[in-house]
Design a protein around this ligand. Structure first.
Ligand code: HEM
Length: 497
């Protein structure tokens, strides 16, 4: 208390509750979630309380602080990083993930991060070859001439294929599951179990602190199937025969096998990275195409850039992707409006201070006691009109380049953190951005027409139903009309540079 007074701390406004223990607020959240507009509901709280922060109690749980200001996000994730922990994350995700980079903290996390950085940041995908066959498989699943397709499930299959190739050194080839071989059935069973297990983890996450009550048989079986699948892969990859046959060591299994990790440690790391990287990338691809199909002007400008830098019949190189500023802005704007990880929380491991949010005007520091929870939301912070202007809810990629004033650009950048900030910033950011760019380019090249479907025409942005699971997805999927029209190349297989 004295510590707080010394630093001029003041409490933030509380969210008023009509029922005891915030039960009305919990109901409001569950109802909004069921309606598919949880994030918009949370966003609207902020319009009612336009200071930087709100505090709230739920049931008998600790006080939580909902922080909107970028200064607080920076303090939580970066400058005061060591004052916070993940709270119950390891135990919520434990049944599937065990101990890996996503669930670990302290020295064990540092060790994992050092090892994975080598694989993810300087990995084989630098050459882009790793993506080629999967992009071709994706294009082969799209209409031959013209038609309506829901891209969202295809993107989830695509990112499972690329992530498994990166991690296991061997893809699950979900996009090719038309042939019923023993291996394809095994891969399909893995993909299905992964869906069930992820849904279970999302439920456990929502139920924290009562998460351990949720472990139904289908969830336990799905986790067991996944563990078996990965263990088989690891054993196969580590067998002396397999090592002899291999020309390259692509996968994480290979890299970890060269260190002292046992099979269980390898399995845990693979699942941790798979969970971190697969759905996030698929969700971003899906939201980006939804946005592009509704924004013909943006699409035209993007096509013009693709045509100038690469043309319409050749695969992009990494260097060409770097030379496409508008493409980068399109992805950045999509991640601003629809961050795959829309909400995050940290628990104070010691008493600490947030720079702003206290008092009536929200400008005083706030004392956060040990055990209290700080909640941040990329979705909410990145939609603040005070930062992004009156058109904050609009999809306008140009906003990332139209600031003559470097300070205005800096303020926007500070409010943009879809990949997290600080020591635990996403390790797959570069991988994801290259992968997303490649798919955007390939589909634009193959389809001169990408349009919103008739039944969704005129639907305003933000009115779509959203699903907040482990990532933010669209309940309505990503249905678009695609037409190959007079494309320069129609067989779906692009030439290499
Ligand atoms: C658009 C795609 C992606 C987004 C938006 C994204 C976002 C994030 C976020 C917000 C975190 C922090 C989560 C937390 O600790 O609370 C994170 C962590 C992480 N991400 Fe990503 N991610 C993406 C793609 C990927 C990919 C493709 C990979 C790997 C291939 C990956 C690997 C990781 C890893 C290993 C961590 C844990 C880092 C650590 O705790 O030190 N991510 N990501």
């Amino acid at each position: 208390m004295l510590y707080g007074l010394k630093h001029g701390c003041k409490p933030p406004p509380s969210i008023p509750n009509r029922w005891p223990l915030g039960i009305d607020r919990l109901k409001q959240i569950w109802d909004a979630d069921a309606r598919g507009n949880l994030m918009e509901e949370i966003n609207s709280f902020v319009d009612d309380y336009p200071t930087n922060m709100l505090s709230q109690f739920f049931l008998a749980g600790p006080r939580s602080y909902h922080s909107i200001a970028p200064e607080n996000v920076e303090a939580i994730l970066s400058s005061n990083f060591s004052d916070y922990s993940f709270g119950p994350r390891a135990s919520v995700f434990g049944p599937l993930l065990g101990a890996g980079i996503f669930t670990q903290e302290g020295a064990a996390w540092k060790h994992s991060r050092g090892m994975l950085r080598k694989q993810l940041v300087r990995g084989q995908y630098q050459t882009m070859h790793q993506f080629h066959e999967h992009v071709d498989n994706l294009l082969a699943r799209l209409p031959e001439v013209d038609g309506v397709v829901d891209l969202q499930p295809l993107f989830f299959e695509f990112t499972l294929d690329t992530a498994s190739a990166l991690l296991l050194g061997k893809s699950t080839y979900s996009l090719r599951q038309k042939t019923a071989t023993v291996e394809s059935r095994r891969n399909k069973a893995f993909a299905d179990s992964f869906e069930v297990a992820q849904e279970g983890l999302a439920r456990r996450f929502r139920m924290a602190p009562f998460h351990s009550l949720y472990q139904p048989k289908p969830f336990r079986e799905a986790c067991a199937n996944i563990h078996q699948f990965i263990d088989d892969y690891v054993r196969e990859t580590r067998s002396p025969k397999s090592q002899l046959e291999k020309e390259d060591c692509y996968g994480l299994v290979d890299q970890m096998s060269m260190s002292t990790f046992d099979d269980k440690a390898i399995r845990d790391q693979i699942l941790n990275v798979l969970l971190a990287g697969r759905d996030t990338t698929a969700a971003c691809l899906s939201w980006t195409f939804r946005l592009l199909a509704r924004s013909p002007d943006v699409l035209t400008k993007l096509r013009a850039e693709i045509k100038t830098v690469i043309g319409n019949a050749r695969r992009p190189t990494k260097d060409e992707i770097r030379r496409m500023p508008y493409l980068a802005q399109v992805i950045k704007e999509s991640l601003r409006l629809y961050p795959p990880v829309p909400l995050n929380l940290r628990e104070a491991r010691k008493t600490t201070i947030l720079p702003v949010g206290g008092g009536i005007d929200g400008q005083s520091p706030v004392l956060v006691r040990k055990g209290e929870v700080a909640v941040i939301s990329q979705y909410v912070t990145a939609r603040r009109k005070g930062i992004f202007g009156p058109d904050a809810a609009a999809f306008r990629p140009e906003r990332w380049s139209d600031d003559a004033d470097p300070n205005a650009a800096r303020v926007k950048q500070a409010a943009y953190f879809p990949f997290n900030l600080g020591p635990r910033r996403c390790l797959g950011e570069d991988f994801a951005l290259v992968e997303i760019s490649y798919v955007l380019i390939a589909i634009c090249q193959a389809f001169p027409v990408i349009e919103v479907v008739d039944e969704e025409k005129g639907q305003p942005l933000g009115a779509e139903k959203q699903k907040v699971g482990l990532v933010l997805c669209c309940m309505e999927g990503c249905k678009v009309r695609l037409s190959r029209g007079a494309a320069e190349k129609v067989d779906g297989n692009l030439e290499e540079a």
